[in-house]
Design a binder for this molecule. Structure first.
Ligand SMILES: [Fe+2]
Length: 503
Protein backbone atom coordinates (compact mmCIF):
# COMPACT_ATOMS: atom_id res chain seq x y z
CA UNK A 1 0.00 0.00 0.00
CA UNK A 2 1.24 3.44 -0.90
CA UNK A 3 0.20 6.99 -0.14
CA UNK A 4 1.75 10.40 -0.79
CA UNK A 5 1.97 13.09 1.87
CA UNK A 6 2.18 16.70 0.74
CA UNK A 7 2.69 19.46 3.31
CA UNK A 8 2.48 23.24 3.14
CA UNK A 9 1.70 23.74 -0.54
CA UNK A 10 0.74 27.38 0.25
CA UNK A 11 -0.81 27.85 -3.17
CA UNK A 12 -0.78 31.45 -4.36
CA UNK A 13 -3.34 31.81 -7.12
CA UNK A 14 -1.33 33.47 -9.89
CA UNK A 15 -4.42 33.62 -12.07
CA UNK A 16 -6.78 35.01 -9.43
CA UNK A 17 -7.10 38.51 -10.92
CA UNK A 18 -7.51 40.17 -7.48
CA UNK A 19 -9.20 43.16 -9.07
CA UNK A 20 -5.88 44.01 -10.73
CA UNK A 21 -6.27 42.09 -13.98
CA UNK A 22 -9.32 40.54 -15.55
CA UNK A 23 -9.86 37.00 -14.30
CA UNK A 24 -9.49 34.47 -17.09
CA UNK A 25 -7.41 36.85 -19.21
CA UNK A 26 -4.27 34.84 -18.46
CA UNK A 27 -2.60 37.83 -16.82
CA UNK A 28 -0.48 36.92 -13.80
CA UNK A 29 -0.73 38.59 -10.40
CA UNK A 30 2.45 38.18 -8.38
CA UNK A 31 3.96 38.64 -4.97
CA UNK A 32 7.08 40.79 -4.95
CA UNK A 33 10.63 39.47 -4.79
CA UNK A 34 11.23 41.41 -1.57
CA UNK A 35 8.24 39.77 0.16
CA UNK A 36 9.36 36.39 -1.16
CA UNK A 37 12.89 36.76 0.15
CA UNK A 38 11.65 37.82 3.59
CA UNK A 39 9.34 34.80 3.95
CA UNK A 40 9.97 31.20 4.99
CA UNK A 41 8.41 30.12 1.69
CA UNK A 42 8.32 31.17 -1.95
CA UNK A 43 4.97 32.31 -3.36
CA UNK A 44 4.80 32.68 -7.13
CA UNK A 45 6.42 29.28 -7.69
CA UNK A 46 3.83 27.40 -5.58
CA UNK A 47 1.50 26.74 -8.50
CA UNK A 48 4.07 25.05 -10.73
CA UNK A 49 5.63 23.24 -7.74
CA UNK A 50 2.25 21.79 -6.69
CA UNK A 51 1.55 20.57 -10.23
CA UNK A 52 5.03 19.02 -10.38
CA UNK A 53 4.34 17.15 -7.11
CA UNK A 54 0.95 15.90 -8.30
CA UNK A 55 2.36 14.85 -11.70
CA UNK A 56 5.08 12.89 -9.91
CA UNK A 57 2.45 11.20 -7.71
CA UNK A 58 0.46 10.26 -10.82
CA UNK A 59 3.61 8.96 -12.54
CA UNK A 60 4.27 6.68 -9.54
CA UNK A 61 0.76 5.25 -9.75
CA UNK A 62 -0.16 6.45 -6.25
CA UNK A 63 -3.83 7.18 -5.73
CA UNK A 64 -4.27 8.46 -2.17
CA UNK A 65 -2.78 11.83 -1.20
CA UNK A 66 -2.71 13.44 2.24
CA UNK A 67 -2.59 17.25 2.31
CA UNK A 68 -0.95 18.08 5.62
CA UNK A 69 -2.32 21.59 6.12
CA UNK A 70 -1.37 25.03 4.78
CA UNK A 71 -2.56 23.91 1.35
CA UNK A 72 -3.42 27.48 0.33
CA UNK A 73 -1.37 30.64 0.62
CA UNK A 74 -3.15 32.00 3.67
CA UNK A 75 -6.61 30.44 3.67
CA UNK A 76 -8.07 33.13 1.40
CA UNK A 77 -11.39 32.32 -0.31
CA UNK A 78 -9.79 32.80 -3.74
CA UNK A 79 -6.67 30.76 -3.01
CA UNK A 80 -8.70 27.87 -1.54
CA UNK A 81 -10.98 27.90 -4.60
CA UNK A 82 -7.85 27.64 -6.78
CA UNK A 83 -6.61 24.67 -4.69
CA UNK A 84 -9.97 22.96 -5.14
CA UNK A 85 -9.91 23.45 -8.91
CA UNK A 86 -6.53 21.66 -9.03
CA UNK A 87 -7.69 18.83 -6.72
CA UNK A 88 -10.83 18.34 -8.77
CA UNK A 89 -8.81 18.27 -12.00
CA UNK A 90 -6.47 15.54 -10.69
CA UNK A 91 -9.43 13.62 -9.26
CA UNK A 92 -11.27 13.64 -12.57
CA UNK A 93 -8.30 13.18 -14.88
CA UNK A 94 -6.10 10.84 -12.87
CA UNK A 95 -8.34 9.32 -10.21
CA UNK A 96 -6.41 10.80 -7.27
CA UNK A 97 -8.14 11.02 -3.87
CA UNK A 98 -7.26 13.72 -1.36
CA UNK A 99 -7.50 13.72 2.43
CA UNK A 100 -6.93 17.10 4.05
CA UNK A 101 -6.15 18.40 7.47
CA UNK A 102 -5.83 22.04 8.52
CA UNK A 103 -2.78 24.13 9.30
CA UNK A 104 -2.51 27.57 10.84
CA UNK A 105 -2.87 29.17 7.38
CA UNK A 106 -6.11 27.37 6.48
CA UNK A 107 -8.64 28.59 9.00
CA UNK A 108 -8.91 31.47 11.44
CA UNK A 109 -11.22 30.01 14.09
CA UNK A 110 -14.82 31.01 14.80
CA UNK A 111 -14.56 34.21 12.71
CA UNK A 112 -13.07 34.91 9.30
CA UNK A 113 -10.39 37.56 8.92
CA UNK A 114 -9.50 40.34 6.51
CA UNK A 115 -6.15 39.77 4.83
CA UNK A 116 -4.00 42.01 2.63
CA UNK A 117 -1.02 41.33 0.33
CA UNK A 118 1.23 43.46 -1.84
CA UNK A 119 0.76 42.32 -5.41
CA UNK A 120 1.98 43.34 -8.85
CA UNK A 121 0.91 42.57 -12.38
CA UNK A 122 3.18 40.42 -14.57
CA UNK A 123 5.40 43.44 -15.31
CA UNK A 124 6.51 43.44 -11.66
CA UNK A 125 6.03 47.20 -11.33
CA UNK A 126 4.02 49.34 -8.92
CA UNK A 127 2.98 46.92 -6.17
CA UNK A 128 -0.52 47.58 -4.83
CA UNK A 129 -1.99 46.51 -1.54
CA UNK A 130 -4.87 44.11 -2.22
CA UNK A 131 -7.21 43.62 0.74
CA UNK A 132 -10.60 42.12 1.52
CA UNK A 133 -11.38 45.04 3.85
CA UNK A 134 -13.58 47.50 1.97
CA UNK A 135 -12.78 50.20 4.55
CA UNK A 136 -9.17 50.31 3.34
CA UNK A 137 -8.26 53.71 1.91
CA UNK A 138 -7.18 54.16 -1.72
CA UNK A 139 -4.95 53.25 -3.45
CA UNK A 140 -5.58 49.82 -1.90
CA UNK A 141 -7.46 47.42 -4.17
CA UNK A 142 -10.45 45.77 -2.50
CA UNK A 143 -10.92 42.10 -3.40
CA UNK A 144 -13.45 39.96 -1.52
CA UNK A 145 -11.51 36.76 -2.39
CA UNK A 146 -8.67 37.94 -0.14
CA UNK A 147 -10.70 37.22 3.03
CA UNK A 148 -9.28 34.45 5.24
CA UNK A 149 -11.71 31.61 6.02
CA UNK A 150 -13.32 30.82 9.35
CA UNK A 151 -13.00 27.20 10.48
CA UNK A 152 -16.62 26.49 9.52
CA UNK A 153 -15.95 27.86 6.03
CA UNK A 154 -12.76 25.81 5.74
CA UNK A 155 -14.61 22.65 6.83
CA UNK A 156 -17.27 23.28 4.23
CA UNK A 157 -14.68 24.02 1.55
CA UNK A 158 -12.82 20.78 2.24
CA UNK A 159 -15.91 18.65 2.87
CA UNK A 160 -15.23 16.58 -0.25
CA UNK A 161 -11.63 15.96 0.76
CA UNK A 162 -12.04 13.79 3.83
CA UNK A 163 -13.72 16.22 6.21
CA UNK A 164 -17.08 14.52 5.50
CA UNK A 165 -17.42 10.81 4.78
CA UNK A 166 -15.95 10.12 1.33
CA UNK A 167 -17.46 7.50 -0.99
CA UNK A 168 -15.65 4.22 -1.53
CA UNK A 169 -13.70 4.04 1.71
CA UNK A 170 -13.73 1.10 4.12
CA UNK A 171 -14.20 3.16 7.27
CA UNK A 172 -14.63 6.79 8.33
CA UNK A 173 -15.35 8.32 11.73
CA UNK A 174 -14.86 11.52 13.75
CA UNK A 175 -13.87 11.98 17.40
CA UNK A 176 -17.33 13.11 18.48
CA UNK A 177 -20.92 12.36 17.62
CA UNK A 178 -21.98 15.98 17.99
CA UNK A 179 -21.97 16.54 14.24
CA UNK A 180 -18.86 18.69 14.35
CA UNK A 181 -20.38 21.38 16.54
CA UNK A 182 -16.97 21.75 18.13
CA UNK A 183 -15.37 22.83 14.86
CA UNK A 184 -12.85 20.01 15.06
CA UNK A 185 -12.08 18.71 11.56
CA UNK A 186 -10.35 15.52 12.77
CA UNK A 187 -11.34 12.19 11.21
CA UNK A 188 -10.18 8.63 10.77
CA UNK A 189 -10.37 7.13 7.28
CA UNK A 190 -9.54 3.73 5.79
CA UNK A 191 -8.99 4.40 2.07
CA UNK A 192 -7.23 1.09 1.41
CA UNK A 193 -8.16 -2.05 3.28
CA UNK A 194 -6.02 -2.33 6.40
CA UNK A 195 -4.66 1.23 6.27
CA UNK A 196 -5.98 3.74 8.79
CA UNK A 197 -5.16 7.41 8.29
CA UNK A 198 -5.77 9.39 11.47
CA UNK A 199 -6.19 13.00 10.36
CA UNK A 200 -5.83 15.28 13.37
CA UNK A 201 -6.95 18.89 13.41
CA UNK A 202 -4.46 20.38 15.88
CA UNK A 203 -5.47 24.04 15.55
CA UNK A 204 -6.31 25.60 18.92
CA UNK A 205 -7.78 29.10 18.86
CA UNK A 206 -7.59 31.70 21.57
CA UNK A 207 -9.55 34.92 21.75
CA UNK A 208 -7.33 37.97 22.06
CA UNK A 209 -9.39 41.14 22.31
CA UNK A 210 -11.94 40.94 19.53
CA UNK A 211 -9.86 38.63 17.34
CA UNK A 212 -9.11 34.92 17.34
CA UNK A 213 -5.51 33.77 17.27
CA UNK A 214 -4.32 30.27 16.37
CA UNK A 215 -1.85 28.83 18.86
CA UNK A 216 0.65 27.56 16.31
CA UNK A 217 3.63 27.66 18.69
CA UNK A 218 3.95 24.35 20.56
CA UNK A 219 0.52 23.54 19.17
CA UNK A 220 0.28 19.99 20.54
CA UNK A 221 0.87 21.27 24.09
CA UNK A 222 -2.29 23.36 23.66
CA UNK A 223 -4.26 20.50 22.10
CA UNK A 224 -3.56 18.23 25.07
CA UNK A 225 -4.35 20.99 27.57
CA UNK A 226 -7.52 22.31 25.96
CA UNK A 227 -8.94 19.43 23.93
CA UNK A 228 -8.11 16.33 25.99
CA UNK A 229 -10.85 14.32 24.22
CA UNK A 230 -8.61 14.24 21.15
CA UNK A 231 -5.87 12.29 22.95
CA UNK A 232 -8.48 9.93 24.40
CA UNK A 233 -9.83 9.33 20.88
CA UNK A 234 -6.28 8.77 19.54
CA UNK A 235 -5.72 6.17 22.27
CA UNK A 236 -9.00 4.45 21.44
CA UNK A 237 -8.22 4.46 17.70
CA UNK A 238 -4.71 3.10 18.30
CA UNK A 239 -6.11 0.34 20.50
CA UNK A 240 -8.71 -0.66 17.89
CA UNK A 241 -6.14 -0.51 15.08
CA UNK A 242 -3.96 -2.94 17.00
CA UNK A 243 -6.82 -5.33 17.69
CA UNK A 244 -8.09 -5.21 14.11
CA UNK A 245 -4.64 -5.50 12.52
CA UNK A 246 -4.77 -2.09 10.82
CA UNK A 247 -1.65 -0.08 10.02
CA UNK A 248 -2.17 3.28 11.73
CA UNK A 249 -0.54 6.44 10.40
CA UNK A 250 -1.33 9.74 12.16
CA UNK A 251 -1.17 13.16 10.52
CA UNK A 252 -1.38 16.68 11.84
CA UNK A 253 0.07 19.98 10.74
CA UNK A 254 2.27 20.42 13.83
CA UNK A 255 5.27 18.40 15.10
CA UNK A 256 4.44 15.87 17.81
CA UNK A 257 8.08 15.90 18.97
CA UNK A 258 10.79 18.58 19.04
CA UNK A 259 12.51 18.21 15.67
CA UNK A 260 16.00 17.89 17.18
CA UNK A 261 16.87 15.91 20.31
CA UNK A 262 20.09 15.35 22.20
CA UNK A 263 21.12 12.89 24.87
CA UNK A 264 19.83 9.46 25.75
CA UNK A 265 17.30 7.88 28.09
CA UNK A 266 16.17 10.21 30.84
CA UNK A 267 18.79 12.77 29.71
CA UNK A 268 17.04 13.48 26.41
CA UNK A 269 16.29 17.11 25.74
CA UNK A 270 15.17 19.31 22.89
CA UNK A 271 18.14 20.66 20.93
CA UNK A 272 16.65 23.50 18.88
CA UNK A 273 17.58 27.16 18.60
CA UNK A 274 15.47 29.41 20.86
CA UNK A 275 13.36 30.48 17.86
CA UNK A 276 12.59 26.85 17.04
CA UNK A 277 12.23 25.74 20.65
CA UNK A 278 9.28 28.00 21.29
CA UNK A 279 7.51 26.46 18.28
CA UNK A 280 8.08 22.85 19.39
CA UNK A 281 5.94 20.72 21.73
CA UNK A 282 7.40 19.68 25.06
CA UNK A 283 8.99 16.26 25.41
CA UNK A 284 6.19 15.33 27.82
CA UNK A 285 3.62 16.06 25.11
CA UNK A 286 5.51 13.77 22.71
CA UNK A 287 5.70 11.08 25.38
CA UNK A 288 1.95 11.29 26.02
CA UNK A 289 1.23 10.92 22.29
CA UNK A 290 3.59 7.92 22.21
CA UNK A 291 1.83 6.42 25.25
CA UNK A 292 -1.50 6.83 23.46
CA UNK A 293 -0.19 4.23 21.02
CA UNK A 294 0.69 6.46 18.07
CA UNK A 295 3.75 4.97 16.35
CA UNK A 296 3.87 7.11 13.20
CA UNK A 297 3.06 10.79 13.02
CA UNK A 298 3.63 13.04 10.01
CA UNK A 299 3.96 16.80 10.51
CA UNK A 300 4.35 19.89 8.33
CA UNK A 301 4.45 23.50 9.53
CA UNK A 302 8.22 23.96 9.83
CA UNK A 303 8.86 23.51 6.08
CA UNK A 304 11.74 21.09 6.68
CA UNK A 305 12.48 17.40 6.07
CA UNK A 306 13.46 15.13 8.92
CA UNK A 307 12.80 12.19 11.18
CA UNK A 308 12.91 12.10 14.96
CA UNK A 309 12.02 9.29 17.33
CA UNK A 310 11.16 9.02 21.01
CA UNK A 311 9.57 6.23 23.06
CA UNK A 312 8.43 4.37 19.93
CA UNK A 313 6.85 7.45 18.31
CA UNK A 314 8.42 8.40 14.98
CA UNK A 315 7.70 11.95 13.80
CA UNK A 316 8.35 12.46 10.11
CA UNK A 317 8.78 16.14 9.22
CA UNK A 318 7.35 16.36 5.71
CA UNK A 319 9.10 18.97 3.54
CA UNK A 320 7.12 21.63 1.73
CA UNK A 321 7.18 22.01 -2.06
CA UNK A 322 7.80 25.75 -1.55
CA UNK A 323 10.82 25.80 0.77
CA UNK A 324 14.26 24.19 0.62
CA UNK A 325 14.80 21.25 0.04
CA UNK A 326 11.43 21.25 -1.81
CA UNK A 327 9.50 18.01 -2.01
CA UNK A 328 7.05 15.62 -0.40
CA UNK A 329 7.08 12.06 0.95
CA UNK A 330 5.84 8.69 -0.23
CA UNK A 331 4.85 6.15 2.42
CA UNK A 332 5.08 2.46 1.57
CA UNK A 333 3.23 0.14 3.92
CA UNK A 334 4.37 -3.45 3.63
CA UNK A 335 3.88 -6.60 5.63
CA UNK A 336 7.19 -6.03 7.39
CA UNK A 337 6.69 -2.37 8.24
CA UNK A 338 6.45 1.21 7.08
CA UNK A 339 9.00 2.81 4.78
CA UNK A 340 9.14 6.56 4.15
CA UNK A 341 10.76 7.91 1.00
CA UNK A 342 11.55 11.61 0.70
CA UNK A 343 11.02 12.85 -2.85
CA UNK A 344 12.90 15.93 -3.94
CA UNK A 345 11.75 18.43 -6.53
CA UNK A 346 14.80 19.15 -8.67
CA UNK A 347 13.30 20.61 -11.81
CA UNK A 348 9.90 22.23 -11.99
CA UNK A 349 8.59 23.30 -15.38
CA UNK A 350 7.73 27.00 -15.42
CA UNK A 351 9.04 27.72 -11.90
CA UNK A 352 10.63 30.92 -13.24
CA UNK A 353 7.39 32.47 -14.56
CA UNK A 354 7.86 35.44 -12.20
CA UNK A 355 11.55 36.00 -13.00
CA UNK A 356 10.86 38.76 -15.57
CA UNK A 357 9.00 40.61 -12.79
CA UNK A 358 11.83 40.03 -10.30
CA UNK A 359 14.27 41.40 -12.83
CA UNK A 360 12.74 44.87 -12.73
CA UNK A 361 12.34 44.94 -8.94
CA UNK A 362 14.99 46.42 -6.72
CA UNK A 363 17.51 43.85 -5.60
CA UNK A 364 18.14 45.87 -2.47
CA UNK A 365 14.94 45.21 -0.53
CA UNK A 366 15.63 42.80 2.30
CA UNK A 367 19.03 42.23 0.74
CA UNK A 368 17.43 40.16 -2.02
CA UNK A 369 20.33 38.73 -4.04
CA UNK A 370 18.73 39.42 -7.39
CA UNK A 371 21.73 38.26 -9.42
CA UNK A 372 21.85 34.92 -7.62
CA UNK A 373 18.08 34.44 -8.00
CA UNK A 374 18.11 35.10 -11.72
CA UNK A 375 21.09 32.77 -12.20
CA UNK A 376 19.17 29.79 -10.80
CA UNK A 377 18.85 27.16 -13.51
CA UNK A 378 16.67 24.78 -11.51
CA UNK A 379 13.91 25.02 -8.94
CA UNK A 380 16.06 23.36 -6.29
CA UNK A 381 18.80 25.96 -6.91
CA UNK A 382 16.21 28.69 -6.43
CA UNK A 383 14.98 27.22 -3.14
CA UNK A 384 18.56 26.93 -1.87
CA UNK A 385 19.34 30.56 -2.75
CA UNK A 386 16.08 31.56 -1.04
CA UNK A 387 17.01 29.78 2.19
CA UNK A 388 20.62 30.98 2.11
CA UNK A 389 19.33 34.54 1.94
CA UNK A 390 16.96 33.89 4.84
CA UNK A 391 19.77 32.38 6.91
CA UNK A 392 21.92 35.44 6.35
CA UNK A 393 19.25 38.11 6.82
CA UNK A 394 17.06 36.52 9.51
CA UNK A 395 17.95 33.19 11.12
CA UNK A 396 21.54 33.99 12.08
CA UNK A 397 20.54 37.35 13.56
CA UNK A 398 17.56 35.87 15.46
CA UNK A 399 19.39 32.89 16.89
CA UNK A 400 22.90 33.83 17.95
CA UNK A 401 24.76 36.16 20.27
CA UNK A 402 26.87 39.14 19.12
CA UNK A 403 29.90 37.09 20.22
CA UNK A 404 29.11 34.35 17.72
CA UNK A 405 28.10 36.77 14.97
CA UNK A 406 31.48 38.51 15.34
CA UNK A 407 33.29 35.30 14.42
CA UNK A 408 31.42 34.46 11.20
CA UNK A 409 34.44 35.47 9.09
CA UNK A 410 37.00 33.75 11.36
CA UNK A 411 38.35 30.39 10.12
CA UNK A 412 36.47 27.39 11.51
CA UNK A 413 39.69 25.92 12.91
CA UNK A 414 40.42 29.04 14.91
CA UNK A 415 36.90 29.22 16.34
CA UNK A 416 36.75 25.53 17.31
CA UNK A 417 40.33 25.51 18.58
CA UNK A 418 39.53 28.05 21.25
CA UNK A 419 39.08 26.41 24.63
CA UNK A 420 38.39 22.93 23.28
CA UNK A 421 40.34 19.76 22.72
CA UNK A 422 40.01 20.15 18.98
CA UNK A 423 43.43 21.56 18.13
CA UNK A 424 44.25 18.64 15.84
CA UNK A 425 41.21 19.37 13.67
CA UNK A 426 43.34 21.90 11.76
CA UNK A 427 45.88 19.21 10.96
CA UNK A 428 43.34 16.59 9.97
CA UNK A 429 40.98 18.82 7.98
CA UNK A 430 43.04 21.78 6.70
CA UNK A 431 40.72 22.66 3.80
CA UNK A 432 37.57 22.72 5.87
CA UNK A 433 39.02 24.40 8.95
CA UNK A 434 40.32 27.26 6.82
CA UNK A 435 36.77 28.07 5.65
CA UNK A 436 34.98 30.92 7.44
CA UNK A 437 32.92 29.82 10.44
CA UNK A 438 29.87 31.40 8.74
CA UNK A 439 29.91 28.50 6.24
CA UNK A 440 29.45 26.04 9.09
CA UNK A 441 26.65 28.13 10.55
CA UNK A 442 24.96 28.14 7.13
CA UNK A 443 25.41 24.37 6.88
CA UNK A 444 23.65 24.00 10.23
CA UNK A 445 20.50 25.52 8.73
CA UNK A 446 20.80 23.64 5.43
CA UNK A 447 21.17 20.32 7.28
CA UNK A 448 18.32 21.25 9.65
CA UNK A 449 16.10 21.95 6.63
CA UNK A 450 16.98 19.05 4.38
CA UNK A 451 18.30 16.28 6.65
CA UNK A 452 20.03 13.52 4.72
CA UNK A 453 19.13 15.10 1.41
CA UNK A 454 21.79 17.76 1.97
CA UNK A 455 24.67 15.28 2.07
CA UNK A 456 25.02 15.08 -1.70
CA UNK A 457 25.36 18.86 -1.86
CA UNK A 458 28.30 19.19 0.54
CA UNK A 459 31.86 18.22 -0.38
CA UNK A 460 32.83 14.73 0.88
CA UNK A 461 35.55 16.32 3.01
CA UNK A 462 33.06 18.63 4.72
CA UNK A 463 30.74 15.68 5.43
CA UNK A 464 33.66 13.68 6.85
CA UNK A 465 34.70 16.65 8.98
CA UNK A 466 31.19 17.03 10.40
CA UNK A 467 31.12 13.30 11.12
CA UNK A 468 34.37 13.68 13.04
CA UNK A 469 32.94 16.61 15.02
CA UNK A 470 29.81 14.64 15.74
CA UNK A 471 31.82 11.70 17.13
CA UNK A 472 34.04 13.95 19.23
CA UNK A 473 31.33 16.12 20.70
CA UNK A 474 28.18 14.01 20.62
CA UNK A 475 28.34 13.14 24.27
CA UNK A 476 30.76 15.70 25.68
CA UNK A 477 28.82 18.79 24.71
CA UNK A 478 25.50 18.57 26.42
CA UNK A 479 23.20 21.51 26.24
CA UNK A 480 23.08 21.90 29.95
CA UNK A 481 25.47 24.67 30.83
CA UNK A 482 26.06 25.59 27.20
CA UNK A 483 24.89 29.10 26.59
CA UNK A 484 22.70 29.54 23.55
CA UNK A 485 24.57 31.69 21.18
CA UNK A 486 28.13 30.97 22.23
CA UNK A 487 30.42 28.60 20.36
CA UNK A 488 29.90 25.59 22.61
CA UNK A 489 26.13 26.15 22.46
CA UNK A 490 26.36 26.25 18.69
CA UNK A 491 28.39 23.03 18.59
CA UNK A 492 25.90 21.30 20.87
CA UNK A 493 23.05 22.19 18.52
CA UNK A 494 25.12 21.45 15.43
CA UNK A 495 26.03 17.94 16.56
CA UNK A 496 22.43 17.26 17.63
CA UNK A 497 21.33 18.25 14.14
CA UNK A 498 24.03 16.30 12.28
CA UNK A 499 23.74 13.28 14.54
CA UNK A 500 20.63 11.87 12.88
CA UNK A 501 21.81 12.82 9.42
CA UNK A 502 25.34 11.42 9.55
CA UNK A 503 24.66 8.17 11.39
FE1 LIG B 1 3.29 26.41 6.28
Amino acid sequence: MQIAVVADVHLHDLHGGYGMVEEGSGGLVLRTLADTMASTRVFNESHSAFLAVLDDIVRRGIRDVVLLGDYSDDGQLGAVAAVKRILSDYENTHGLRFFTTFGNHDSYGPASRHLAKRLTKADGLQPRLVTSDDRAPAPAVVCSGMRGMSTAEAMEAMALYGVTRPPNVFHWETPGDDDRASLDASYLVEPQQGLWLLMLDANVFQKVGDAWRVRADAAWDHVLAERPYLLAWMEDVADRAKRLGKTLLAFSHYPALPLALKGEGSEIQSACTPEWSKRMPSLETGRRIARAGIGWHFSGHMHVAGRIELDGLVNIAVPSPVAYPGGYVVVNVQADGVDVEAVRLENVAGFDAAFPAYEVQSGDDNGAPLGKVLACATYSDFLRVHLQNLIETKHVLDDWSPELLASLDTPIGQVLGEGSSAADLNVLWPHVTSLPFGRMVEDYYLIRAAGRQVLGQLSPERVAFYRDLDLRFRSSLLLEGARFGDHSGFLALFTACTNAVLD
